[in-house]
Design a protein around this ligand. Structure first.
Ligand code: HEM
Length: 312
């Protein structure tokens, strides 16, 4: 097992370990490799304007670009797979600039720290004797890091959505909103599908094409926008902000910050696929929490970006 690494080495060690475990697919993201980008408009409800000064959460609609993705490093895995899905949004701010909100269809993460994530990947390495992961090693990791258990269990039985537009997505980490009053408030985001939840039943999906979810979305968009509401849980004193394996009580006060309407595939897919959606790309009025996984992601994504943008 890797001993603790300096932050500068940790990001490349994690990406190296992902490549070792899942293979290298030149030119693709090291996670969420296959995805498609879409044009969207975000209409804020105005409710958040009292709680944060963030420009896109005020009163005026903003344009956005979103990317739906399959979580794997292998861009060729079929859409019927039981796999986590990603939904990344880049809001185009009034007056220029962008801010990102990156979400998955799980409400919590599988590691409390980037080091724990690396150790989990190491525990999942195939046993040279059998070519398969040694389950005992993964179980030992979970026994030593019990808060990883719920997300790992949820991921293992996560049903495949019928559509990218029929599942809920969470940002997983806590963030801080800062209002004009100077007060910082912990928040957790999720996108709720206006179309409601719809997932594949057991045994369904055998007739799906490998890119069914993209084709389905094209068809759905032909009938009108695909919409999500941005729900925001407001944390209370004592709610954990430092650990994305932990969630907050469901009865926390929530606000509906706005509605996103996805309208069409972007015209320049290549341009948008090349971008990074970085959860630490914030804007005044939104700040990072004390979650070390959140803090680490920007450098990890930069390593992936550097490799893929050089055709590696
Ligand atoms: C230590 C933890 C993590 C590692 C090592 C990791 C790794 C990566 C990498 C290498 C990429 C590709 C970046 C690029 O080339 O642009 C990526 C993308 C992504 N990650 Fe993570 N990630 C972590 C945590 C998370 C968490 C907690 C979430 C939950 C929201 C998440 C959601 C996503 C999504 C949705 C994408 C695709 C973004 C896009 O469409 O461009 N990741 N991740």
């Amino acid at each position: 097992m890797t001993s603790e690494l300096p932050a500068s080495q940790l990001s490349s060690s994690i990406v190296d370990e992902i490549e070792q475990l899942k293979g290298t697919f030149p030119g693709y993201r090291r996670a969420h490799a296959r995805g498609v980008c879409y044009d969207a408009t975000f209409v804020p409800s105005g409710v958040a304007a009292d709680l944060t000064t963030a420009a896109h959460l005020g009163n005026e609609p903003v344009a956005a670009t979103v990317r739906f993705s399959h979580t794997d490093t292998d861009p060729h895995l079929p859409d019927a797979d039981r796999a986590v899905r990603g939904f990344a949004t880049k809001f185009h701010l009034p007056g220029g600039g962008t801010t990102d909100l990156v979400t998955i269809n799980l409400d919590r993460f599988i590691a409390s720290t980037p080091e724990d994530f690396l150790h989990l990947l190491e525990a999942a390495e195939p046993d040279p004797a059998t070519g398969a992961p040694d389950l005992a090693k993964v179980q030992a990791h979970v026994a030593a890091h019990p808060s990883a258990g719920p997300a790992l269990a949820a991921a293992a039985k996560l049903p495949t959505p019928r559509s990218y537009g029929t599942t809920t997505y969470w940002a997983v980490h806590a963030f801080l909103w800062r209002g004009a009053d100077g007060v910082a408030r912990p928040v957790r985001y999720r996108w709720e599908p206006v179309a409601g939840e719809a997932v594949l039943g057991e045994g369904e999906g055998a007739d799906w094409s490998a890119t069914q979810l993209t084709e389905e979305l094209a068809q759905r968009l032909g009938e009108g926008p695909v919409e999500f509401t941005l729900k925001v849980q407001l944390g209370e004193p004592g709610d954990p902000t430092h650990d994305s394996t932990l969630v907050w009580p469901a009865e926390r006060t929530e606000v509906t910050a706005g509605r996103l309407s996805i309208t069409a595939e972007v015209a320049d897919q290549e341009h948008w696929a090349a971008q990074v959606f970085d959860p630490t790309q914030l804007t005044p009025g939104i700040e990072l929490s004390d979650d070390p996984v959140l803090a680490a992601r920007s450098a990890i994504y930069a390593v992936s970006y550097d490799r893929r943008s050089h055709g590696r």
